[in-house]
Design a protein around this ligand. Structure first.
Ligand code: PBG
Length: 326
């Protein structure tokens, strides 16, 4: 008997029949940066991604909805920053206004909100700081609760805390339940590495820390035991979905987390992963469209139930094209 694996690769029909991982438009979540400025401006380190004015947010969202993308994650760029990131907890804050506008036009679109303070504070750290410039956990947890409730009041479907503050899920679940928001899900950025691949995002969100870095709260890239511990704690505290971030350098982490937790796992293909493919494609060194599909398929194969990606629009267009050709 000859064992020839290429027999099943001989033609497209056979290849499709034995396909193990198939990327779908339902797997994609598009991040959106909303701003008070009235000009739509491209983010230099993320070509094709924009700061979107609140005034026209529904127009932008309409394009996504027309393509069949059914979920977004919102990031706000406030008009001004302060020590405690007050715009983040304000019912009339940038994100809160954006949620209301979007929900008014597209009630069925799933609106996820990033819950953090780094874009909103002068110091650029993810929580409220004490006199020594370190995260004040108790005060940060109180402010997180306020932020989450203001997002819920505005109509968010899912809240996604990304600040890596211990017990954030416990506190957030508690305040949601006590406020009549049992139905709002928590997508925890449980496994967030201290990664250099966030560089372009920090330009986009103006959220680079003014002093120090995030190594005292994000995970060291070489550690996986710690990642599993974080995932387990957050699941036990009530997270509905666990996120691993970044995605491509951490496929083993996605895989192991998926095998350990009972809840769905999300992966975030971050700004630096986007920028790499974009830059190499601009130089003609990579085929952008093929790399988009291959990277997202790999992330799904590793175990992600869905992927937050700046390529959501391009990938949706490509998936449509590929399925028309099949
Ligand atoms: C923090 C946050 C970050 C990203 C998402 N939420 C930045 C950070 O931790 O420094 C990064 C996303 C990306 O790089 O695309 N609010």
């Amino acid at each position: 008997m000859s064992k020839l694996p290429t027999r099943l690769r001989r033609n497209p029909v056979l290849r499709q029949l034995v396909e193990e991982t198939c990327l779908s438009i339902n797997d994609l979540v598009q991040p959106i940066f909303v701003t008070y400025s009235n000009e739509k401006t491209e983010i230099p380190s993320m070509p094709g991604q924009y700061h979107i004015p609140l005034d026209v947010i529904e127009k932008e969202v309409e394009q996504l909805v027309d393509l069949g993308i059914s979920a977004i994650i919102l990031f706000g760029i406030p008009a001004s920053k302060d020590e405690k990131g007050l715009d983040a907890i304000n019912d009339k804050g940038i994100v809160q206004q954006a949620i209301r506008k979007i929900k008014q036009h597209f009630p069925d679109l799933l609106v996820i909100t990033d819950v953090c303070f780094c874009q909103y504070t002068i110091h650029g750290h993810c929580g409220i700081l004490d006199d020594k410039g370190l995260i004040n956990r108790k005060e940060s947890l109180e402010y997180l609760q306020k932020q989450v409730i203001s997002h819920a009041n505005a109509g968010a479907d899912v809240v996604a805390p990304s600040c890596m503050i211990d017990e954030m899920i416990k506190y957030i679940r508690k305040v949601l339940d006590n406020s009549g928001y049992e139905d709002i899900s928590i997508l925890s950025y449980a496994v967030k590495y201290a990664s250099s691949f966030y560089g372009p995002f920090r330009d986009a969100a103006h959220s680079t820390p003014k002093h120090g870095d995030r190594q005292s709260y994000q995970i060291y890239p070489g550690n996986i035991q710690e990642a599993l511990k974080e995932a387990k704690i957050d699941e036990d505290e009530g997270a509905d979905i666990i996120m691993v971030k970044p995605a491509l350098p951490y496929l083993d982490v996605i895989h192991q987390v998926k095998n350990m937790v009972q809840c769905p796992v999300a992966a975030y293909q971050v700004s630096g992963e986007y920028a790499m493919i974009k830059a190499a494609s601009e130089k003609g060194w990579l085929d952008e469209n093929k790399c988009i599909i291959e990277s997202l398929t790999g992330i799904k194969r590793a175990g992600a139930n869905f992927i937050i990606t700046y390529f959501a629009i391009s990938a949706a267009q490509l998936i449509k094209k590929i399925s028309n050709e099949k």
